[in-house]
Ligand binder design. Structure first.
Ligand SMILES: *[C@@H]1O[C@H](CO)[C@@H](O)[C@H](O)[C@H]1NC(C)=O
Ligand SMILES: *[C@@H]1O[C@H](CO)[C@@H](O)[C@H](O)[C@H]1NC(C)=O
Ligand SMILES: *[C@@H]1O[C@H](CO)[C@@H](O)[C@H](O)[C@H]1NC(C)=O
Ligand SMILES: *[C@@H]1O[C@H](CO)[C@@H](O)[C@H](O)[C@H]1NC(C)=O
Length: 965
């Protein structure tokens, strides 16, 4: 192999390594200055682009600073924040809503929210604010909704609300505002305000001229629970008002009503004067004021008005637009036949939360247009017969009464009823005929009664029934096609019963059912074996949580429970009632080809067969948390590559390595709390390329370098949130037990990146400087050094070659000196003295590489004669020929070099040629110009020099014949 080429290669290889190294340095250098834009939040989590910082374990005392700037919502409710300052908010240009509900904020500085230019909704309910300082909401020019409910605000400053030009909704209820002056300071800056709620403050007097001199754009005004003594409206400041609430349940003083012009409130359509204590005449005046527009009147808790209520109702009912009347909480025990005599226009009547036990049969007869009747939370023991006279009802609410039974004719006239609520009564049995006439019924609520038997009530067709609630009853068995008449039913709630018997005919007829709730019953695997669900061909959701379904092995079932449910999307068998270990048959899910969500959480399963999910290839969400699984096989997941959410918390897993081969490339959400792995490896995380959220809470982490990668990733991943990472606690090694994983010092694991960056950049700069200096000032020396090095390498190679000498001397010369060599030297030495000389133009083997020729020539000759001239020094001295020869001289301790000076060269000119000077000092040389007069002596001396042996010692004897400089 050609040594030069080999050398070239090794140099270029070295060069490659060198450039690779500098690339790495460069890369490090660059990465050092790229800001880390991680997703890891100390106390919050991001969900649907909003940061939720509501935690139960560690309450925040300040606004967290690590919220990413892209969030549009920030929920800081239920923390312990004490004050808010402008510096509290990181850069959140897109923040749309901000919630501080239930903190302990007592101080908000001026312009505290000014940086939140996009904020539209701000909630500060349930805090300790007493005073609103100047410009406290300064800068919130986009705010439309502000809630300051339930604080202790006594005072506002004149500029507190100054910036809020777009505010539409203000709720400052349940504070300690007392004077209208405060209200004026608020309203004067809010030109666009539409809804104002100032419930539960201490206003005692309202004078419109104290409030403002111009009209307000308010549409809704809520003065509920203020101890007003008078309400004086002398200017038309509320021309747009449609909803008005006034009245105080705690006041025992009469309020004076003084509205000077009947047209001032003529736009009000919804009036709530609950608990308003006024003289009857004032009340009539009030109703007259709203005479033209009132549609909805609320008269709740009119406790001091019991005997005048009928008068009030009749006054209001004579308003032709009045359609909705609410009279709750009035302790009514009976209703006079005349009460609703004039209410012919009313369509909605709410008498809930009274003490009614009976009502006159014809009491609602005048209300021909009544469609919605609410009688909930009364004391009816049976369906009031008055109902029978209201054939136009579309919604009837009899819930929360004391009804024990329903008779067949009670709803016989309700052919237009769409919704019937009878939940929270004490009904025990349903007669077969009870709902037979409710042909339009769509919603039937019978939950939380004491029904033990459906007894054919739903065998008769209820052709429009879509939603049936039977949960919270005492049903024990579903049999004999009990729901046969409900062919339109979509939802059936049967949870919280005592169902322990299901049969193949249980759900026959429910062809359109999409959702059935069966949790909290006593359903067993034998019930499933009956094929009860086979009739539910359109079912989408089936909830069998909290039952008694238990399988003792994973063997395939001969008949699977859900094989007909090809539309089912969601199945839950979570939390079954037994303590012993259980299994799931490997074909349990057979037939569920469209299943998207499956939960078998907390069912004591100890093993899952690898074929478990091969029947449900579309599965997206799998919850197998709280089972004693111990290990999971990667093959389990191979049929369900669409999986997006996986819940494997509390499954006694020792490792997450199964994920590496599970190939869950679509997994976005992983909840893996409270297991037993201590190290999260890079391979595991890299195997989940779509992961956006992961929860490893409550694992016993190993705080050593094995977790270094995980730690770095947690902090820096821009794609994946690691929930609550800040609270991960080390369990191993012993020294670190109890400390936080994120406090673990990674510097011990690797040289700090920053340091590497510093060193590499410094090195790079230094290298660059040295290289440019060297190149500029020492080009020639470098060139020399390069050849010296090559020569040394060749010399090493040829040292051991003891080839017999083919020539007596190799002549090294510059081409310009060729005439002398050919004309003088050659004839003398070869012709007269008979030496065999080697000249490159004559003796080099053609075709052989030049380097090899040179080397062979030098090592094949006893001596090397250098013909030194100015030109030679410049071009040839550093050439490989001379250097190889001089290496032979020094390293082999052989005198092979004869210097013949063709011109006089002063010593100082030789100084750059350090090696040459060294040679001249201790070595012989011949000078042609000096020998000009006696050329014979010159040739003789050359002959002698050529004759001498190789040994330096031998040579010493001859030194005296030669000249020394
Ligand atoms: C309102 O929000 C927009 C966009 O978020 C912003 O450009 C504008 O400056 C804001 N206006 C005010 C008055 O802050
Ligand atoms: C209304 O105007 C009168 C006189 O023009 C003034 O005295 C009073 O302070 C004004 N009231 C309000 C609330 O601006
Ligand atoms: C149903 O309406 C008819 C006609 O108005 C009436 O005669 C009958 O008594 C009503 N039935 C019940 C149960 O009230
Ligand atoms: C059942 O559902 C289908 C499709 O939604 C509908 O066409 C059909 O009318 C429904 N059947 C009944 C009896 O409501």
């Amino acid at each position: 192999m050609d040594p030069q080429k080999e050398d070239d290669r090794s140099i270029s290889k070295g060069g490659m390594q060198c450039s690779k190294l500098s690339f790495i340095f460069f890369f490090l250098f660059v990465t050092c200055f790229v800001p880390v834009n991680g997703f890891f939040l100390k106390s919050c989590r991001i969900s649907k682009n909003a940061a939720l910082c509501v935690t139960t374990f560690s309450k925040l005392k300040t606004v967290p600073q690590d919220i990413p700037p892209t969030v549009t919502g920030l929920d800081l409710s239920q923390n312990h924040i004490l004050k808010i300052q402008p510096s509290d908010f990181p850069h959140l240009p897109d923040l749309n809503w901000l919630n501080f509900h239930q903190n302990q904020i007592s101080q908000i500085d001026s312009f505290a929210f000014a940086s939140l230019i996009s904020l539209q909704k701000l909630t500060l309910n349930n805090n300790n604010l007493v005073k609103l300082v100047e410009n406290v909401f300064g800068g919130l020019g986009n705010l439309t909704e502000l809630r300051l409910n339930t604080n202790y605000i006594k005072k506002v400053s004149s500029t507190s609300f100054q910036s809020l030009t777009k505010l539409k909704v203000l709720d400052i209820s349940y504070n300690k505002l007392q004077t209208i002056t405060n209200l004026r300071l608020i309203l004067q800056h809010l030109p666009q305000l539409q809804e104002l709620a100032v419930k539960g403050n201490g206003f005692k007097s309202f004078q419109s001229k104290e409030l403002t001199n111009h009209t307000l754009s308010l549409r809704a005004l809520d003065f509920f629970s203020n101890p007003f003594r008078d309400f004086r409206l002398t200017e038309d400041i509320f021309p747009s008002l449609t909803r008005f609430t006034i009245g105080d349940p705690f006041s025992n003083k009469v309020m004076k009503w003084d509205v000077s012009n009947k047209t001032f409130l003529s736009g009000v359509s919804s009036l709530d004067i609950s608990s308003l204590y006024m003289a009857l005449d004032d009340k009539k005046a009030l109703l007259e004021a709203v005479n033209a527009s009132l549609t909805s009147l609320t008269l709740n808790r009119m406790k001091r008005m019991k005997y005048t209520l009928t008068t009030l109702i009749n006054s209001s009912c004579s308003i032709p637009t009045m359609s909705s009347l609410q009279i709750r909480h009035n302790r009514l025990q009976f209703i006079y036949l005349s009460t609703f005599k004039l209410c012919v226009y009313v369509t909605t009547l709410d008498l809930a939360e009274n003490y009614l036990e009976t009502i006159p049969e014809n009491v609602f007869a005048p209300m021909e247009r009544l469609k919605v009747l609410t009688l909930s939370y009364n004391r009816f023991k049976k369906v009031p017969p008055a109902i029978g006279n209201m054939p136009n009802l579309s919604k009837l609410d009899l819930s929360a009464n004391k009804i024990t039974a329903v008779d067949c004719q009670e709803f016989s006239n309700q052919t237009k009823l769409i919704e019937l609520n009878m939940h929270n009564n004490s009904i025990q049995t349903l007669k077969p005929c009870v709902f037979k006439d409710l042909v339009q019924l769509q919603i039937l609520r019978l939950q939380y009664n004491a029904i033990t038997d459906l007894d054919g009530a739903f065998k008769k067709p209820l052709p429009n029934l879509k939603h049936l609630y039977l949960n919270g009853n005492k049903l024990t068995s579903i049999k004999n096609e009990v729901f046969r008449g409900l062919r339109s039913l979509l939802n059936l709630s049967l949870h919280e019963n005592q169902i322990k018997e299901l049969y193949s005919d249980s759900f026959v007829g429910l062809r359109n059912l999409t959702e059935i709730q069966l949790m909290s019953n006593q359903i067993t695997k034998q019930n499933l074996d009956t094929g009860a669900f086979n009739a539910l061909v359109n079912l989408k959701r089936l909830d069998l949580a909290i039952n008694h379904i238990k399988y003792t092995d994973s063997e395939a079932l001969s008949q699977t429970p859900f094989f007909n449910l090809s539309h089912l999307e969601e199945l839950s068998i979570a939390t079954q009632h037994y303590r012993e270990k259980s299994h799931l048959p490997c074909n349990f899910l057979k037939g569920l080809t469209n299943l998207l969500r499956f939960s078998a959480r907390n069912t004591q399963i100890v093993y899952l067969d690898k074929d478990m999910f091969k029947y449900s290839p579309k599965l997206e969400k799998l919850d197998i948390s709280s089972n004693d699984l111990g290990t999971l096989s990667p093959q389990l997941f191979s049929p369900i590559q669409n999986l997006k959410s996986l819940y494997i918390s509390r499954t006694t897993l020792q490792s997450l390595d199964f994920l590496i081969d599970a190939n869950l490339t679509n997994l976005q959400f992983l909840q893996a709390r409270k297991n037993q792995y201590s190290v999260i490896t890079e391979d595991v995380i890299q195997s989940l390329p779509s992961l956006g959220y992961v929860d490893f809470q409550g694992n016993s982490f190993m705080c050593d370098c094995d977790n270094a990668w995980f730690l770095n990733w947690t902090i820096s991943s821009a794609q994946t949130q690691v929930f609550d990472a800040y609270n991960f606690v080390c369990n191993y090694p012993e020294d670190f037990k109890g400390t936080k994983l994120l406090d673990f010092n990674l510097t011990s694991c690797s040289v700090e990146i920053g340091f590497i960056c510093f060193v590499s950049t410094t090195c790079m700069i230094l290298c660059f400087m040295v290289m440019s200096f060297t190149y500029h000032f020492m080009r020639w020396q470098l060139y020399c050094a390069y050849y010296l090095f090559l020569a040394w390498l060749f010399d090493k190679k040829h040292q051991n070659k003891q080839a017999p000498h083919q020539y007596d001397a190799f002549i090294s010369y510059n081409t310009h000196d060729e005439p002398w060599v050919i004309g003088e030297l050659l004839p003398k030495l070869e012709g007269e003295q008979g030496w065999r000389l080697c000249l490159h133009h004559r003796d080099f083997e053609p075709g052989k590489p030049i380097v090899e020729n040179i080397t062979d020539a030098i090592y094949g000759s006893r001596k090397t004669i250098c013909v030194v001239s100015h030109r030679y020094l410049k071009s040839e001295w550093c050439s490989r020929e001379v250097q190889t020869a001089s290496f032979r001289l020094f390293d082999e301790q052989k005198d092979v070099l004869i210097l013949v000076f063709l011109e006089d060269i002063p010593t100082y000119l030789l100084s750059p040629y350090f090696r040459m000077r060294k040679l001249l000092k201790k070595q012989t040389y011949l000078s042609w110009p000096r020998a000009a007069e006696h050329p014979e002596v010159f040739w003789e001396k050359l002959r002698q020099a050529l004759q001498t042996g190789d040994d330096l010692k031998e040579e010493n004897a001859c030194l005296n014949v030669l000249q020394t400089p």
